[in-house]
Design a protein around this ligand. Structure first.
Ligand code: F6P
Length: 374
């Protein structure tokens, strides 16, 4: 009798989305739920704002069934919310004097996971989230990772979902800037996201036909940038120049733009504004052309995912659930050589995925005549 009851007990899977949001998150959630619904004894839940939903009192956990995920694959963002201030190993705690310190609250998280009866967790997130996944796995929690980030900076997977959408948005923005740049014979500098990797900038520059592309992996020489601008205007007075600059780009002298965030619990440096630095440096170096700047910002993360990202996200979601079914915990789904595979969580966070300056993609850019700032 007791055994029969145990046999019928559903397995409970918790899904969390952590770090910055990213187009395709909802498609992963939907795929997990749809695949789980084909099994008779699995229930899927979502923790609101990554692990915060589990940690908060009262808890914020939602049941994710087929009706909850119906049609969400076309929506940007994440229906279960996300945060980059929810690291249980560095949990922000307000002190008596009003200041904030961080504490390791992973013990509370483990207790909550056990009390709620979750058999495993699927954590959809970038490198920060997968580092948390690895730590939890090492403490005995069953975790499966799904890589997400518009930055494409996870080396264990050939591509993350969200990246293609960000590139598409940035390319369309640059296409728009071309018409206004051409009308006014201006230099347009467009800053894109990507943290310490130049993937979004490089793909956008190639797709949109930029004149100059500046990425963190190739520190730029201001003189080289200025020479390219002047060469354009020397050929024709009615020229224009479009520059794509990655938010993490660095000048040859090492200068970049990054601020320590003041938001409680936010542990990343905040990038943004390097296009302003470039404009001021160009002006100071004698650039005669009119220059305008555009910081594309969070627009790159918003709106509907491209079809490619929906497909990749769905493939990751289905595979992640099947890994839970097989008991392949401690691993992250990945795309390698056009196949969905899985890697250990250690491998998932081992190396940062920088653009290789010697790669064929950089040669493509140079072959198209794009100045890489060197
Ligand atoms: O990692 C994704 C990303 O959009 C980066 O490209 C960017 O630097 C950062 O997140 C911005 O973070 P936030 O949304 O916290 O400002």
């Amino acid at each position: 009798m007791f055994q029969a009851k145990l046999f019928c007990m559903p397995k409970k899977l918790l899904v969390v989305t952590g770090g910055g949001d990213c187009p395709g998150l909802n498609a992963v959630i939907r795929a997990i739920v749809k695949r789980a619904s084909q099994e008779s004894n699995w229930e899927v839940y979502g923790s609101i704002e990554a692990y915060n939903g589990l940690m908060f009192s009262p808890q914020e956990i939602v049941r994710l069934d087929e009706s909850a995920v119906s049609g969400i694959h076309v929506q940007g963002g994440t229906i279960i919310g996300t945060t980059n201030k929810g690291d249980p190993f560095h949990w922000p705690v307000r002190q008596e004097d009003g200041s904030w310190l961080t504490e390791d609250r992973s013990d509370l998280l483990l207790q909550r996971i056990a009390e709620s009866g979750f058999d495993g967790i699927i954590s959809i997130g970038g490198d920060g989230s997968q580092r948390i996944s690895l730590q939890l796995q090492q403490m005995g929690v069953n975790v499966i990772g799904v890589p997400k980030t518009i930055d494409n900076d996870l080396s264990a997977t050939d591509m993350t979902f969200g990246f293609q959408t960000a590139v598409q948005i940035a390319t369309e923005a640059m296409d728009k800037l071309v018409t206004t740049a051409a009308s006014h014979n201006r230099v347009m500098i467009m800053e894109v996201m990507g943290r310490d990797a130049g993937w979004i900038a490089l793909h956008t520059a190639i797709a949109a036909g930029a004149e100059i592309c500046l990425i963190p992996e190739i520190p730029y020489d201001l003189d080289a940038v200025l020479r390219r601008i002047e060469a354009r205007y020397a050929r024709s007075r009615r020229a224009f120049v479009n520059i794509v600059i990655a938010e993490g780009a660095k000048a040859l002298d090492g200068r970049t733009v990054a601020q320590t965030a003041t938001e409680t619990g936010y542990r990343n440096l905040r990038l943004g504004g390097v296009c302003q630095m470039l404009m001021e440096d160009l002006k100071a170096a004698g650039c005669q052309a009119d220059i305008r700047t555009t910081v594309l910002g969070h627009v790159q993360r918003g709106g509907i995912p491209t079809a490619f990202d929906r497909v990749l996200a769905s493939a990751f979601g289905v595979r992640a659930f099947e890994m839970a079914l097989e008991g392949s915990w401690g691993r992250m789904v990945a795309l390698r050589n056009n196949a969905v595979v899985d890697v250990t969580l250690e491998e998932a966070v081992a190396t940062y995925n920088h653009v290789n300056p010697g790669s064929q993609l950089i040669r493509t850019a140079r072959g198209l005549g794009i100045c890489m700032g060197d």
